[in-house]
Design a protein around this ligand. Sequence first.
Ligand code: UD1
Length: 400
Amino acid sequence: MTHSSVHVMCIVGARPNFMKAAPFIEALEGRGWATVTLVHTGQHYSREMSGLFFEALGLRRPQVDLHVGSGSHAEQTGHIMIHLEPLLQLHRPDLVVVFGDVNSTVAAALCASKLGIPVAHVEAGLRSFDRTMPEELNRVVTDHLSQFLFTSERSGRENLIREGLAETQIFFVGNVMVDTLLKHVEQARALETRRTYGLSHQAYGLLTLHRPSNVDDPHTFKEIMTAVKELSVEVPILFPCHVRTRERLAAMPELLEATAGRQGLILLEPLGYLQFLSLMCDAGLVLTDSGGIQEETTVLGVPCVTLRHNTERPVTIEHGTNTLVGTSRTRIVEAGRAVLRRHRPTRRTPDLWDGHAAERIVDVLERHFHAGSFVPECTDSSPMAYSSPCVAPTSNQTSE
Ligand code: UD1
């Protein structure tokens, strides 16, 4: 293998991508055999949704920013593909790596596949089985376009096999988001961000809310906010508010009025990675509809009440501290009260959520590039020249 002979293009776009890409890039560059290009699609562009995370994670500035910005799903996905295609044609990377389940993930996977460039999907195989979620469609399509499927929990492999994907493509490597969490958790704890709001250890709740199904539907949004208001009478609740949710709150002033007078609910701007992690570490209760926060609270052992009817991350319920409660006011209030009244649950950290997932991904790639199993085919510049999957079977323990 020639030193620095392999060109890997990592494509990120939205907030949850950044903490997944950071440990992978660090691990890959540490080996010295690959050149990494970081491309930011610009799906998230404001400082609080993007720039703050690059700074906190020590992620270097992307070499390319496609500046696609916001739009409908079709507009956003289409714009990313239109801007990415010439870049991929120009550079012909040996591998495109995509993360998670956002529109940037599927757009990049589709664009690269059509050009015959192999794709690796980090966080493959998660399924909520709810195709009304845009992320579920992104996950399914991305997985079926990818040659390397790196799963974060064991359910991922079962889902992929059920959908007919080959065992030889699937590598159970653990959770890269946890790599980032474990690297930063002590620094975050030391910040004690809760003190900024005059709050004591485990004596407050922390809320995040941004799923379109929760905040775009006025009835559901009202149910959730009414429940939060009730709980906030018993315990102060910090609410770093996603931009989408802030817009919905502004459009429903009656909801704002209903909550504004309550001292217990504290609306905040979106927070940086370390500040939010600090608040999560010390919270007595987390209420969320995020996927990543279900995982992070599992590792931290903080009780998490998930305001959704399903989760694509079942291990957080089986091993972790997560409870699915749906979106009805009564169920949220009951679940929140139950958490506040009982002792912290015992937890078991899911397998391979140990801070070394990125290293395992790089191990797999190193073996395949070292074997030279697919690089030659991929140097052909004609579209669809790459016949997938051309990943050699491996007996490595991380492949299930
Ligand atoms: C996206 C992802 C979602 C992820 C979430 C994390 C998809 C389909 N959805 O949802 O999976 O959990 O990111 O935040 O990819 N906006 C800003 N500044 C920004 C970005 C967005 O103000 O930097 C505003 C715009 O008004 C935009 C809205 O936020 O219309 C929503 O952004 P968008 O990227 O469309 O979706 P998210 O809800 O953030």
